[in-house]
Every structure is written in C-alpha cells, then in structure tokens.
Design a protein around this ligand. Structure first.
Ligand code: 13P
Ligand code: SF4
Length: 338
C-alpha cells in the first residue's frame, strides 16, 4: 500500500468502516474464506447477525460462548461479527491478538445507557457493594466492575457472591429485576435498558397467543417484566435456541432480536417461529447496531485488517479480571463451551 492509500484507508477506518470502491462482482463468501485461511483469522459471530454472516463464521454463539472462544483461539486475528462491547471483551481476553470489527459504529443501546463516569459516581454511594455488570457494557465500565455476567450465567454469578454481600447490578434494569426474582437477592439496579428488548407489545403477543393456542412464548431476560411474566421459557439466546430444539411445542413466539430465528429454523425445520411483534409497525425487533455489519464490510475489514479495536493498557489490565472471574465461575458451573 502506498503511503497516501494507507492514509485514506486510515481515514475511512476512523469514520467507522471501510467504504471503499470494491468490485461488485466479487464473490464475497469465497474471498472471505480465502482471507480467513491466508491470515489465520477466526470469525466469531453473534446469533443476531445476518444469516449470510452466520454461515461464514467459525463459531456462532451467545455472549458467553463468544467470549470463551475469544479467550482460547489460536488464530492471529479475531474478526468479531457482533457489536463493539463484544469485540472489546475479546481484546481484553486476548490482548496480543488483532481484533477487528466490520463496523466500529456497531454499538449497543444498553451499553450506552451506562456511561462509566456517571456509574463511578453512582457506585461511590454504595462503597460496601459488590459490582456485577452484564457483559453488555463498555470496557471502561468493566474496570469499575468486580464480576461480569451474561444472560446464560447471571443466576450462577449472583449465587457465587456470599449471601452477606450487597450487590449493585448494571446496566440492565430488566435483567436485574428478573435476577432479584430468581435469586431472592436484594440488589441496587442501574436504570438502563436495551432498545430492542423493550419494544415488544404485550397486547399483540396476547392476540397471537389466542390465534395460536398451542404456541409457547419464549423471551430473553432483557425484556420488560410484563412480557417475562407470560413467558413459558426465559433464557439467553443459546438457551432459547436449545429450548426450541428440546421442547415438544411446534410453534414458538420469539421475544428477542429476530436474527436468532435463523438458527432455530435450521435446527428445527418442521417447527414454526413467529417473531414477537413490536409496539408499532417498524422492524424494531432487529438490532440496528448488530445489523450495521454486512458481508461487504466483513470483506473489507478482513482485507485491510481495519477497523481495529484498541484499548489503553490500563483498561485491559483492570477490566479483564471481571471477565476472567466470570469465565471461572462459568467453567465451574459447566456453562457455555468447555
Ligand atoms: P446473549 O446472546 O448472551 O443471550 O445476549 C444477547 C445480547 O444481549 C446481545 O445483544
Ligand atoms: Fe445491545 Fe440490545 Fe442490540 Fe443486544 S439487542 S446489542 S443489548 S442494543
């Protein structure tokens, strides 16, 4: 690459992704597979990614599975087809590897609802509390956290904290309320939420249930309590997927981001999956952040190895303990991938 060309690439990268003129006749799938081999790269994709990206990934999973993969991979480059906090987590767990994200602006409304400087002040009011943070938070917030959790291991993480210890839970108020109910622990909650999981309409779900009396409502714990109280099953994305494979029902109303339905249909082609309807007419149960990643951006990001996730050393040093502790508790409980 010439110096000027490199500068142009860097500039585009700073804007969030590489919008370069690329040959539209390219077979992106083939090119991506070639680059993966050439560069010893691994593609980790979340269940909310477009199906074509999921199909190219070496591993498709939930937040826990993805962080377990990121911690143990032997690849030189981790290509994270997910959102920013997930790629940051991968960087903290594998700081010597290059971590790239197809679109740097693929953020998370839940992570954004808890800015670290505000949380620091909030935490000062509860000096004797243990801080448990949902992994959907910034790297800086992880530096203020004692132990992280995901929706797969949240109950076990809370239960790993001695009963006499008080707890702050951040940033998701819905998952927090669900955990208070499940574990009986009293927790101080940060008032954050995910824009996608707060969009579901109880009224429209009830109408659907009348139309499909044998259907089961399955929901992610990021949903609001009035949705969760009617759910037949509540769980993480991998939990929901597993439930649809093992349960005898043949129709499921799915209250989480619609991307997971691709794997549900693949695993159980004879079952019917209905996305839980949102409050209005928009496609709001698709996460606009997750969907920023496209096949084209995946290709340019692997070709130029940009945009890259970088973090200050102190953030990695201080923040990684909260994730490593989470992985230790999960391994003891036999959760996620071995
Ligand atoms: P899990 O895949 O860990 O259930 O969480 C999903 C999520 O909130 C990502 O937005
Ligand atoms: Fe964040 Fe919600 Fe999108 Fe998940 S679905 S990445 S919690 S905004």
């Amino acid at each position: 690459m010439s110096h000027n060309y490199q500068e142009a690439v860097n500039e585009l990268s700073r804007r969030g992704y590489l919008a370069l003129d690329i040959d539209p006749t390219l077979n992106f799938e083939e090119e991506i597979m070639k680059l993966k081999k050439e560069k010893n790269a691994v593609i980790l994709a979340h269940y909310y990614q477009e199906s074509e990206i999921q199909d190219l990934a070496d591993f498709v999973g939930d937040s826990l599975g993805l962080s377990q993969e990121a911690a143990k991979t032997k690849a030189d480059i981790i290509v994270f087809a997910g959102v920013h906090f997930m790629a940051e987590t991968a960087k903290m767990l594998s700081p010597n590897k290059k971590v790239i994200l197809p679109d740097l602006k693929a953020g998370c409304s839940l992570a954004d609802s808890c800015p670290a400087p505000l949380f620091k002040k909030f935490k000062e009011k509860y000096p004797d509390h243990v801080v448990v943070s949902y992994i959907n938070c910034s790297a800086e917030l992880k530096t203020l956290t004692d132990i992280c959790c995901t929706s797969t291991n949240a109950v076990q993480i809370i239960e790993s904290i001695p009963a006499d210890k008080k707890i702050i839970f951040a940033p998701d108020r819905n998952l927090g309320k669900y955990l208070i109910k499940k574990t009986g622990r009293d927790m101080v909650l940060w008032d954050g939420a995910c824009m996608v999981h707060e969009i579901f309409s109880k009224e429209k779900i009830t109408q659907l249930m009348h139309r499909h009396p044998d259907a089961k409502l399955i929901a992610h714990p990021e949903c609001e309590p009035h949705i969760l109280e009617n759910a037949h099953y509540i769980g993480s994305t991998s939990g929901l997927l597993k439930f649809t494979q093992t349960d005898s029902a043949s129709v499921f109303i799915v209250a989480t981001e619609a991307g997971i339905i691709y794997q549900m249909e693949k695993a159980s082609p004879n079952k019917t999956f209905i996305p839980a309807p949102p409050d209005n007419q928009c496609a709001c149960n698709e996460c606009p952040h997750m969907k920023r990643n496209t096949l084209e951006k995946l290709y340019t990001c692997m070709k130029y190895e940009l945009p890259e996730i970088t973090l200050p050393d102190w953030v990695i040093e201080k923040g990684k303990y909260s994730i490593q502790r989470m992985l230790e508790v999960s391994a003891k409980a036999g959760l996620g991938k071995p």
